[in-house]
Design a protein around this ligand. Structure first.
Ligand code: ATP
Ligand code: MG
Length: 426
């Protein structure tokens, strides 16, 4: 019979890979904690309406990438393509927006029906952060500082650079939209097919086109920066002052538009040159209209989401790696009950200990082979005669032709704890 394969673009994360995932997840949790964010967990399925209303009908994500389907009740549901819309839905539903300055983070799988390629899966993972109820530039600056700190913690300083832009307020964008259409209309025939279509639906997105000719045309297009109202302009300039004060370097990229409709004012991306075409590791921006678009009371917000797989590729490219192996491996010629009881005593005595036993038994030679393959540093040897005398042996598997040391079984937990003092802290 044929074996069944996973869905294209949806990957298993295997035991060799999870240690690195877990390490990264811990660093992320710590960093969010350092800025007083608390975790929120929302379902991966929502009413499709949640995303259509916030991300926008005329965006790639909603138009082409959403996994939307009717469930058995005939309700139109969607696997979440991103985190913010669902978090906003939950924040409104549970009244989390009463106090200004609510800070939450989330993590988990997101789903987009895109063409799978390097840095692009159909199920991928994001960590994200959202700040509600604050429209001051200090909130934007703090969120960016969090990112900068994160890259530092991960050993990626210098590998990820910051690009920022402002999209102004809604009225600014409407004014600008008219100007942009005016500029593009006479050049319509030169635009790629997608961009021609966007000319009606979402002209700002044409800045994201990958077509060379379209990009050349856009290079001379009028700039949103010239249409900004006073208050959006002041917000952006204050943000830049704050970033300078924090010593955070950035590049102003006036072509940065972001793919979701809900953004306004500040948008930013953290980008790397080390991953080829899919170089955006983390992206975010302000969404002052989003809560109202979802039916909540007018509440400003700002947030970002980072792509875990891309971040992991980047970490791999700088040689970061994590492994998980037992600290101790027990080989044994004694009764399974005696071995298992001793193993439990050792686990009681040493919190954090990773202990494996040669459960399958077999010859000492075969068991030692398994001990070696396990990657354990220490091997505990339970010989029949020695066990009768109340003794066991400890062997350092990394030592050249290591001697084994005899110890009384009563002293075994204490001895192991001493040997492992450095390792158990991890
Ligand atoms: P892109 O321009 O690469 O398509 P996007 O604007 O669609 O990105 P966002 O919706 O802002 O991406 O998502 C934030 C981050 O999530 C991205 O910067 C990226 O790191 C990651 N990401 C987005 N889509 C995918 C995907 N299909 N596979 C893997 N990671 C993704
Ligand atoms: Mg995309």
């Amino acid at each position: 019979m044929n074996t069944i394969q996973s869905i294209r673009g949806m990957h298993d994360i295997l035991p060799d890979q999870t240690p690195m995932w877990q390490w990264l997840e811990s660093r992320l949790r710590e960093t969010f904690g350092a800025y007083d964010f608390r975790e929120i967990r929302v379902p991966v399925l929502e009413k499709a309406e949640v995303f259509k209303r916030s991300i926008g009908e005329a965006t790639d994500v909603v138009e082409k990438e959403m996994y939307a389907f009717e469930d058995r009740n005939g309700d139109l549901l969607s696997l979440r393509p991103e985190g913010t819309a669902g978090v906003v839905r939950a924040a409104i539903q549970h009244g989390l927006l009463q106090t200004p300055g609510t800070k939450v983070w989330y993590q988990g799988p997101m789903f987009r029906h895109e063409r799978p390629q390097k840095g692009r899966q159909r199920q991928f993972h994001q960590f994200g952060a959202e700040v509600f109820g604050l429209d001051v530039p200090a909130a934007d600056a703090e969120l960016i500082a969090l990112g900068e700190r994160l890259w530092r913690e991960l050993g990626l300083s210098g590998r990820i650079r910051l690009e920022i832009n402002t999209l102004g307020d809604r009225e600014d964008r409407q004014r600008y939209r008219r100007k942009l259409i005016e500029y593009l209309e006479p050049r319509r025939e030169q635009l790629d097919a997608d961009s021609q279509r966007r000319l009606e639906t979402n002209p700002l997105r044409i800045f994201d086109s990958k077509s060379e000719t379209t990009r050349e045309i856009m290079a001379d297009a009028p700039r949103l920066a010239d249409e900004l109202g006073d208050s959006a302009r002041a917000h952006f300039s204050e943000l830049r002052t704050l970033l300078d004060a924090l010593g955070i370097e950035y590049r102003l990229n006036t072509g940065l538009v972001r793919g979701l409709d809900y953004y306004c004012r500040t948008v930013f991306e953290w980008v790397t040159d080390d991953l080829g075409a899919q170089g955006t590791v983390c992206a975010g921006g302000r969404y002052n209209d989003l809560v109202a678009m979802q039916g909540g009371r007018d509440t400003p917000g700002i947030g970002f989401a980072l792509g875990v797989e891309r971040l992991l590729s980047l970490l791999e490219s700088v040689g970061a790696s994590r492994r998980q192996q037992p600290h101790v491996f027990i080989v044994s010629r004694v009764e399974p009950a005696d071995m298992l009881r001793l193993a439990e005593t050792l686990r009681d005595a040493a919190p954090g200990l990773r202990l494996a036993c040669a459960l399958g038994g077999g010859s000492m030679r075969a068991q030692f082979k398994r001990a070696d393959r396990s990657g354990a540093r220490w091997c505990v040897i339970l010989g029949e005669a020695e066990f009768e005398r109340g003794e066991a042996a400890i062997k350092d598997l990394r030592a050249e032709q290591g001697d084994q040391e005899s110890v009384a079984i009563d002293e075994l937990p204490g001895r192991l704890a001493t040997f492992l003092a450095d390792d158990l802290g991890d």
